[in-house]
Design a protein. Sequence first.
Length: 159
Amino acid sequence: MLNRAQKLFFSTAKNSNLYLTISSSSESIFRNQVIKRASVPGIEGYFTITNNHSPLVTLLRNGVITVEFDEKEKKQFFISDGIFIYKKSNDNNNNNNAEIVGIEIVPLEYLDKNKTVKVLQQMCAINDTTDDKWRKIKTMMGLNIYICVCKCAFVLCSL
């Protein structure tokens, strides 16, 4: 009982940190970066993690990841899909770790609204003109991602 109380006390200590790692299939974006909070697109909707969150493993859907380092600095990324893992510290330093691994993760400012709309139109044209079922399936899967990219790009333009 005393050990559990000590863990609870120390896990909420002010000197504990939340470390975030974000990586995609092609690059590591952050590696153990200290953050204040992050909002991610879970399969059941967006959720926010902060230090001392309960342990969690979940799938991510396409959408925007928002990472806040402090009150003034934040970065946003588009993720196609992926997995999120949150682990509590097993040692005495009380630091917690969150990890986001995605197929494609791109800084939001890299999204080009006009190019995305053009590719979306091309994919719709391919889907409308083909009778090949496999090609239709592939373009429909691509359309889903591009529609989400379009939404993110339009949101970025309105900021």
